[in-house]
Write a protein that binds this ligand. Structure first.
Ligand code: PLP
Length: 389
């Protein structure tokens, strides 16, 4: 039976019934069937802990984890040998930063759209190694050509590593990653793509993309439980890529050294086949078409309420960000607006201050309907921007 889309799909999630949820991008939301799969796995873990944990080990003849990594890898154009499971996108980026040999004066390039934790991890690595962070400022609204040009203009001979978003967090811009990877690598720069939002949100073929590393979260757009993320290392970088946490199988190299990192809860990773099953149950093309239609409706509602889109129509996927018209005065203005929309309207949304402006991002998703986005537009118009009352 095909999974419905729109409001009817809400029965597949446990989202609070009185809420309008337009912020899937921040933390994802795990469907009930995937929650149940994880609960079953947790029971198996506690029913026979020894057996359960022994079978996580990458050397066990009936290993349960490696086939899961293989399944995920195949979904994005890779082999299992090219993909490690990690706990979060931040952990994946941290692993890459540790792997990259850096000398004082070497540069790490990133942009002012980078996720805060990733920026902090880069700055921390720079402090420890004497490397220098190079931040490319990308003013918004912008487009793919401008992003490419500004990044390449900053890619001088001292840049050793570029950490770039596939889909940026606050601004929801889809970066031209194919051209970026090709052009940066041509200049001898290693490229790590932060695809925290990309897995499940748009078609991915990492075998074709050819980035040195690619990090992604599965708990956002692939419906997996929290704590499931991945790290792909290319043939050129796999040998230098080790887990942050050294444990029993460290001598197995990439990716097996990542598989067993102690007696912890592996059920989020093991639930990935259930998450992929749900994703395929909806159908990727059907889901992406539904989301594209929602982004259109949401864009109309936000534009009517005075918002300005941060990118052209063809440079966003299932999320879109808008600059709101009022002058932004306090760093907490985003939080104030977000809280007002939840407290007064039960609308969950992401709003942040980016580059001195108040930026609101909405997410489409299988359980979102046009009427949800109409409600958002009406709420913003009704209150004349709640943060400003
Ligand atoms: C672009 C981007 N990178 C990294 C992260 C960090 O993800 P995690 O919290 O799983 O480490 C996020 C989280 O939203 C993100 O949006």
């Amino acid at each position: 039976m095909q999974i419905e889309l729109g409001r009817a799909a809400r029965k597949h999630w446990s989202l609070q019934p009185d809420g309008t949820f337009l912020n899937h991008g921040s933390r994802g939301a795990c469907p009930l069937v995937v929650q149940q799969a994880q609960t079953t796995l947790r029971s198996e873990m506690e029913n026979h802990p020894d057996l359960f944990f022994e079978r996580i080990e990458p050397v066990h003849p009936q290993c349960t984890l490696r086939p899961v990594a293989e399944t995920l890898a195949n979904f994005i154009g890779l082999h299992g040998e090219q993909l490690a499971l990690v706990e979060s996108a931040t952990a994946g980026v941290q692993t890459v930063l540790n792997a990259m040999p850096l000398n004082p004066g070497d540069q790490i390039l990133f942009t002012n759209h980078q996720y805060n934790a990733v920026r902090l991890a880069i700055e921390d690595r720079c402090r420890r190694t004497g490397a220098v962070p190079v931040v490319v400022h990308l003013p918004v609204p912008t487009n793919a050509d401008e992003i490419l040009q500004r990044i390449l203009d900053a890619a001088g001979p001292r840049v050793k590593l570029a950490v770039l978003d596939h889909i940026a967090s606050a601004t929801a811009l889809v970066f031209p990653v194919v051209q970026l990877v090709r052009e940066l690598q041509r200049r001898g720069i290693r490229v790590c793509i932060d695809g925290a939002h990309a897995l499940g949100q748009l078609p991915l073929n990492l075998g074709v993309l050819g980035a040195d590393w690619y990090v992604a979260n599965a708990h956002k757009w692939l419906y997996a439980p929290k704590g499931s993320a991945m790290l792909h290392a290319s043939a050129a970088t796999a040998a230098m890529t080790s887990p942050v946490l050294v444990s029993h199988f460290i001598d197995k190299g990439f990716p097996r050294s990542f598989d067993y990192t102690g007696t912890r809860d592996y059920t989020a990773w093991l639930s990935l086949p259930a998450a992929l099953g749900f994703f395929h149950g909806i159908g990727a093309q059907r889901l992406w078409a539904h989301n594209a239609q929602l982004v259109k409706s949401g864009s109309a509602a936000l534009t009517a309420a005075g918002g300005v889109a941060l990118c052209p129509d063809d440079q966003c996927a299932a999320m879109r960000s808008f600059r709101l018209p009022q002058t932004c005065t306090l760093p907490d203005d985003g939080l104030t607006l977000r809280n007002a929309l939840w407290n007064e309207e039960r609308i969950a949304i992401r709003a942040v201050v980016h580059d001195g402006a108040l930026v609101l991002r909405f997410s489409a998703q299988a359980y979102v309907a046009d009427e949800d986005l109409t409600r958002l537009g009406e709420a913003l118009q009704k209150y004349g921007w709640p943060a400003r009352r």
